[in-house]
Write a protein that binds this ligand. Sequence first.
Ligand code: SAM
Length: 280
Amino acid sequence: MSAIDSLPPLRDVIASHELSARKSLGQNFLLDLNLTAKIARQAGDLSGCDVLEIGPGPGGLTRGLLSEGARHVLAIEKDPRCLPALAEIAVAYPGQLTVVEGDALEVDPLAHLTPPIRVAANLPYNVGTELLVRWLTPRDWPPFWESLTLMFQREVAERIVAQPGSKAYGRLALLAQWRADARIVLHLPPEAFTPPPKVSSAVVHLTALPEPRFPADAAVLNRVVAAGFNQRRKMLRASLKGVAPNIEDRLIAAGIKPTDRAEQVPLEGFCALAREVAKG
Ligand code: SAM
């Protein structure tokens, strides 16, 4: 296996800094630097970009991003035990790595980043979905990021890219696909990680669209989708009853059969319905 940089192998980094993985922090490390470089390549051309990385841990993906030419990486890590290992990477890539110790749910990364910005992370599973939802629901669109390249449990990845009619189709698919292109670019078995998690993982690459795929008010769309999928077994004329008066008429005006269930309705239909509901 060829080395991607002049730094020590990650097993040695983990041993010398005593970075035994902690379950409470969602620590499943990637130790194969060829694999982390491959994940970094899924994020596209990084040479003119700042990259936000959440949870660098011992720095496998960080090294992948830097060796693939990222202009600058901002890495936010909650576990202070990882900081000395990350400091060694910063020395090897002078001026290109900034590490902030803190909780990614609380740190505002924008103060440290210059556009264009891409996000790449092997996310801690306990905060991964929450971060994704935040990145997909900023006050203004387009968002601060051009793309998100994120590792998730495979089941979550499948919910992000799901199409109508499938069991995985729901709020996350609609939220992601309304304003981004989303696809799974890599599948990883549990053995790719140390320690191996119980389930398989997948990397999802999302590219922000300049504007939403179909017009709709974000809050109304969210309300309609939430009501539909909160009772996904029910017909929409029943599950959406409380959303607006005359819901059957509005469903028909949006081109949706009132007897359909939420999982049968494509994104375009939900957006049309949100516009009908917004008419008041
Ligand atoms: N990027 C490394 C890799 O690929 O080997 C580590 C990935 S590990 C799945 C998740 C990392 O996120 C851990 O280093 C953990 O300490 C860190 N982490 C967990 N919760 C966090 C949070 N709220 N904010 C920032 N980092 C967090």
